[in-house]
Ligand binder design. Structure first.
Ligand SMILES: NC(=O)c1ccc[n+]([C@@H]2O[C@H](COP(=O)([O-])OP(=O)(O)OC[C@H]3O[C@@H](n4cnc5c(N)ncnc54)[C@H](OP(=O)(O)O)[C@@H]3O)[C@@H](O)[C@H]2O)c1
Length: 164
C-alpha cells in the first residue's frame, strides 16, 4: 500500500500562489522540497506544471489535465484524474507526493498519511489559497527553521505532519 504525501509552502494567511506562480523565490525552501520529494513520483495539476513547464528531475512527473491532446514536454506523464495519477504513481514507489494545486491538495487530503507544510513568514495578497486543514489530531514535528537572507526574502518553518 502506497503512502500519500502532500507538500506545499503557504503564507501565514494561507496564500500559495499569485498569477499562476509561486508568490516568492526562496531557494532554501526549494532545496527542502527537492530533498523531501527526490526519487518519488510527484503529482500536479496542469496549472502547477505550467508554472515551470519542465520535468522535476529524478522523479516521475505526473500532470493531471482534462485536455486529451495536451502537449507537455518530453518526460511528463499525463493523467485524466487524481485516481489515474495515483495508479500510475503506485507502480513506481511506496511514497507518492501531491504537489498542487489547490483542488488536488483538497481532494488528496483525506488520503494523506503525511503532510510536509512550510509556513512562510509573510502575508501575501494572491489568488490561490490552501484550505485550513485541521492537524489537531496529527503528530507534528519541525524539520527546519530558516531566517531570511539576501537570497531568501522571507523566513520559513518546515513542518512534517503525520496522521495520528
Ligand atoms: N506554494 C505551493 O506550495 C504551491 C504548490 C503548487 C501550486 N502552487 C500555486 O498554485 C497555483 C496553481 O494551482 P491551481 O490550483 O490554480 O491549479 P492546478 O491544480 O495546478 O491545475 C488546475 C488544472 O488541473 C486540471 N484539473 C483540475 N481538476 C481536475 C479534475 N478533477 N480532473 C482532471 N483534471 C483536473 C485542469 O487542467 P486542464 O484545464 O488542463 O483540464 C485544471 O485547469 C499557481 O499559482 C502555483 O504557483 C503553489
Amino acid at each position: 500500500m502506497s503512502r500519500v504525501n502532500l507538500i506545499y509552502a503557504r503564507a501565514k494567511n494561507y496564500c500559495i500562489g499569485v498569477d499562476g506562480k509561486l508568490p516568492w523565490h526562496l531557494p532554501k525552501e526549494f532545496s527542502w522540497f527537492k530533498k523531501i520529494t527526490m526519487g518519488c513520483p510527484v503529482i500536479m495539476g496542469r496549472r502547477t506544471y505550467e508554472d515551470h513547464k519542465s520535468v522535476l528531475p529524478g522523479r516521475l512527473n505526473i500532470v493531471i489535465t482534462r485536455q486529451k491532446d495536451y502537449q507537455a514536454v518530453e518526460g511528463i506523464h499525463l493523467a485524466a484524474s487524481l485516481e489515474e495519477a495515483f495508479e500510475l504513481a503506485k507502480k513506481e514507489s511506496e511514497d507518492i507526493f501531491v504537489i498542487g494545486g489547490v483542488h488536488f491538495f483538497q481532494t488528496a487530503f483525506p488520503f494523506a498519511d503525511r503532510v510536509f507544510e512550510t509556513v512562510v513568514d509573510a502575508e501575501i495578497d494572491g489568488d490561490s489559497y490552501i484550505p485550513t486543514f485541521d492537524f489537531s489530531q496529527w503528530q507534528s514535528s519541525e524539520l527546519a527553521v530558516s531566517e531570511p537572507d539576501e537570497k531568501n526574502r522571507y523566513g520559513f518553518t518546515v513542518y512534517e505532519r503525520k496522521r495520528g
